[in-house]
Design a protein around this ligand. Structure first.
Ligand SMILES: [Zn+2]
Length: 189
């Protein structure tokens, strides 16, 4: 028995909207796209425009076979034992100064909801570093929103970013958490 049925189990989506007047970021449920109103922070007139804000990627939340996890664990082991070689083989992260600055901005957010929104916006922008995914997975596990936590694991492993040897610690943590969530959500065969 396979679990492709879980593909429809995506959590409700929010988009991260940035006010063009004051730069405040807030999360808006997807169904508000196209609506106009006033910014909560500065009162400026805003229209929630789906075309100007990145939305969270859609990925299939399928259960992964044991071999899938094993392959990734083997790669992490390879990276640890041959770090210089692995690093030489992996292309350097583009625009890294930009990402590092955005990471600092997210870390500095004092309002917890805004911090979550900042990390989610970075995921929507496909940040190549594991830190955003680690934060969100940890946050949603703590909130017991296991489906959303699994979603962020799935997004993380949906592109080659997990293969960056510089992220091996974060990737390993995310993989272990994903395996636990996989079992918990009964996605397994
Ligand atoms: Zn504003």
């Amino acid at each position: 028995m396979t679990s492709t049925i879980q593909q429809t189990m995506l959590p409700p989506f929010h988009i991260n909207f940035t006010c063009p007047h004051c730069g405040a970021v807030r999360q808006v449920p997807e169904q508000y796209v196209g609506q106009s109103g006033a910014c909560n922070t500065c009162g400026g007139a805003i229209t929630i425009d789906a075309n100007t804000v990145p939305s969270l990627p859609r990925v299939s939340m399928v259960s992964q076979p044991r071999s899938w996890y094993r392959e990734r664990l083997r790669y992490f082991e390879f990276c640890r034992e041959n770090y210089a070689l692995a690093r030489a083989q992996f292309p350097p992260v583009e625009n890294d100064a930009h990402w590092q600055q955005r990471i600092q901005e997210a870390v500095r957010c004092e309002d917890p909801a805004e911090q979550v929104a900042s990390w989610e916006r970075l995921v929507a922008e496909e940040i190549p570093w594991s830190v955003a995914y680690e934060y969100l997975v940890h946050h949603y596990v703590k909130e017991r929103d296991y489906e959303r936590a699994y979603y962020y694991c799935s997004v993380y492993f949906s592109s080659e970013r997990w293969m960056n040897p510089q992220c091996v610690g974060g990737s390993h943590t995310l993989l272990k958490t994903m395996r636990k969530l996989d079992k918990k959500l009964n996605l397994e065969e």
